[in-house]
Design a protein around this ligand. Structure first.
Ligand code: IVH
Length: 677
């Protein structure tokens, strides 16, 4: 073979190989080689073609991208009009359609093909002698736009068919769509470029296909499912829809694998029901099932009415979008202090559910989508997710709409609101903010924080609901009586809880810093801050510049710390902690003798104690330097009152001696356990 022939053979071989792998990957979703191997084949073909441009053919797999932009799309006259479909919105409407076609055709029995109704845009692909020569949009059904160059960029559209016995000329029809993930990505990209989002994948697909520059289309991962044959010349084609779809598959077209052959209208109804439930899990948007009479003969007999065939119907799924008016924007303060705006809507039905509110995410999102109070908006409710506003309908503005401004004070507690740099959310940093108190309390008592044993989820809620703990420092002011008043709190558990609370006063500084729940300050950062500053007071006085000069502290953390300690409420909590003798670092070392914190105090015990025997109690007092007396005198500092206290109590009351319940006594012992009061 001469060199020129060898070259032609290799080029043909590469094209066949690449076409085969394209088909495996894009149509069958079942690749046989790695991306790298594929790229290598493509690289070789491109190289040969650029050295020999005379050998480039329009159906070469290299010819899918890179066509030059056009000024405007040409107009394509459809040889056979592209019609639309009538809709059924309920089972009754589907059955009424079935009755109509039964009456019209005189036949009671039909076989149907059921397909998913993809939410994209219809296109017609014309093939002459097996080559794609034109691709057009539906347009008004009679005249569409010539988008051939753009359609060529969709890899699942064959540039040439896979059989040489195909009709001399034919038109395949299908739906071009953008998968859900690509839609999401595209909208995220648009958000970064400050462009308004596409309302749905259909608009995004249409916007992507109707690009005057095919190179832009090539970057959008559009795909297609073929659902019909417009016309075919020069070869007999099957006599029903199902076999026609099988035939189109054999030519290399991508046909939806979820198409189903149904032997009755009941089966069609079931298909609809099944996919209504599964639609969320599909990688593309489907808004219904298309029920088509299978036999072409029956199709012809039934014919058309207006722009719609009688032989097919779109049995729609409940809609996920609706338009309504945005009455106002409310603010909900989250458990972590984030200010979450939400839409207050004029109630509207979406897929059978009345929607009154919708998520709005954050102020940036509202601004980017240019959502204004008073706007008519498109709302979306998909599956179980919270309804959200997709876009405003700017064309319906009256000029009365108001631009939303985030409040500068927390709507719950009135504290200053800040927007940490680089973050989307506005936040209330007040640790005493009632909207956050419970969550902050939970965090404060948790393992890695103050680790207060016995104060779990339930007790946190009970303390919070009873109004006993409004901020974390209140924990240290709880009395035995208050705790006993709570449900399921007996003497024993009360004394345990009081003991663990007291114990937590001696946690290392890093734990306290972490427990305060300062935005962006995790355990490691708390450790670093504790080591560097040595006390809460020094940390609280640190300026932004001081903080950022410390390696590993960036602007985000510095800003958050400064903002936290600027809040008066937060400083008040720290003072309360200090007064309760929680160690906050920087305390003077305890004076000598402090190991015996009860020196100079005399205790008398009366009645039975539940927690330990009398001797044990006495031992604990003595260990701490206290004295135990047997009767109440003026010198008695405290009477510890157990069960059935008897006459000592009366005497103590006469003399005005201080009384300690068993819980308070335990508290005191725990308090003095470390030899420091
Ligand atoms: S058949 C004459 N099958 O729905 C019947 N259409 O409202 C022509 N569509 O413009 C359409 N999936 O864009 C058919 N499996 C499917 C479809 C489908 C989506 C779209 C198509 C058409 C519109 C009709």
């Amino acid at each position: 073979m001469v060199a020129a022939d060898r070259l032609k053979v290799r080029i043909a071989e590469l094209r066949a190989l690449i076409n085969h792998h394209n088909y495996r990957y894009y149509v069958l979703d079942s690749p046989e080689i790695s991306d790298a191997e594929y790229d290598e084949l493509m690289r070789e073909l491109k190289q040969l073609e650029s050295a020999h441009p005379e050998l480039v053919t329009p159906d070469s797999p290299t010819q899918r991208v890179g066509a030059a932009p056009v000024e405007a799309f040409g107009v394509v006259e459809h040889r056979v009009p592209l019609l639309s479909l009538g809709n059924a919105f309920s089972k009754e409407e589907l059955l009424a359609w079935h009755k109509r076609i039964s009456n019209l055709s005189g036949s009671q029995h039909f076989d149907f093909v059921c397909e998913l109704k993809l939410d994209g845009l219809a296109v017609a692909l014309t093939y002459v002698n097996g080559l794609l020569v034109r691709g057009a949009t539906r347009g008004d059904g009679y005249r569409g736009e010539d988008v051939t160059q753009n359609l060529r960029t969709i890899r699942s559209i064959p540039l040439s068919v896979r059989r040489n016995d195909c009709p001399a000329e034919f038109e395949a029809r299908g739906e071009v769509y953008l998968p859900k993930v690509s839609f999401k990505k595209l909208n995220e990209e648009r958000a970064r470029g400050e462009k308004p989002p596409f309302a749905n994948p259909r608009n995004a697909a249409a916007g992507s296909l109707r690009q005057l520059d095919p190179r832009i289309t090539a970057q959008r991962p559009l795909d297609i499912y073929i659902y019909g044959l417009g016309y075919a010349e020069g070869k007999a084609i099957p006599t029903n829809h199902w076999e026609t779809m099988e035939y189109l598959k054999s030519l290399g077209f991508k046909v939806n694998p979820h198409n189903a052959y149904c032997h009755s209208i009941d089966e069609a109804e079931e298909y609809h029901l099944i996919w209504q439930e599964r639609r969320e899990g599909l990688p593309y948007e489907a808004d219904g099932a298309v029920v088509k009479v299978n036999s072409f003969e029956l199709q012809q007999q039934l014919g058309f009415v207006g722009h719609e065939p009688r032989w097919a119907i779109a049995y729609k799924f409940p809609p996920t979008q609706a338009t309504t008016r945005l009455r106002d924007i409310g603010i909900n303060v989250g458990r972590t202090g984030s200010l979450n705006p939400y839409a207050i809507l004029e109630p509207v039905l979406v897929g059978g559910v009345t929607i009154k509110q919708a998520a709005l995410h954050n102020a940036e999102d509202i601004a980017r989508k240019d959502i204004r109070i008073g706007d008519v908006v498109i709302v979306q409710r998909a599956g179980e997710v919270i309804p959200e506003i997709v876009v405003p309908v700017a064309s319906r503005r009256t000029g009365q709409e108001k631009i939303f401004v985030m409040p500068s004070r927390c709507p719950v507690c009135g504290a200053e609101v800040i927007k940490p740099p680089g973050e989307a959310m506005h936040r209330c940093l007040n640790a005493a903010c009632p909207a956050q108190a419970l969550e902050r309390l939970r965090h404060f008592v948790s393992r890695g924080a103050m680790d207060i044993d016995g104060v779990g989820e339930k007790l946190c809620i009970a303390l919070f609901n009873a109004g006993l703990v409004k901020d974390v420092a209140d924990l240290y002011y709880l009395s035995g009586e208050q705790l006993l008043g709570l449900e399921r709190m007996a003497e024993k558990s009360v004394s345990n809880v009081l003991a663990s609370i007291t114990k937590s006063k001696y946690r290392p500084l890093a734990r306290v810093i972490f427990a305060l729940g300062i935005l962006h300050v995790g355990e490691e950062m708390a450790e670093l801050l504790a080591t560097h500053f040595g006390s809460i007071d020094r940390l609280a006085r640190a300026t932004y510049d001081e903080l950022v000069s410390i390696p590993t502290i960036g602007p985000k953390i510095a800003e958050s710390l400064v903002a936290f300690f600027r809040q008066e409420e937060n400083r008040r909590i720290i003072d309360k902690l200090r007064k309760a003798e929680v160690k906050l670092g920087g305390e003077a070392s305890p004076p000598k003798g402090a190991k015996l914190p009860l020196v100079g105090l005399e205790f008398v015990i009366s009645g039975r104690l539940q927690s330990f025997a009398r001797q044990q109690a006495e031992a604990k007092i003595k260990e701490r330097g206290g004295v135990v007396g047997s009767s109440i005198t003026k010198k008695t500092s405290y009477l510890v009152v157990g069960a059935d206290p008897g006459s000592k109590l009366t005497r103590a009351q006469e003399l005005g001696t201080k009384l300690l319940s068993e819980g308070e006594f335990l508290h005191l012992l725990a308090d003095t356990e470390h030899g420091e009061v």
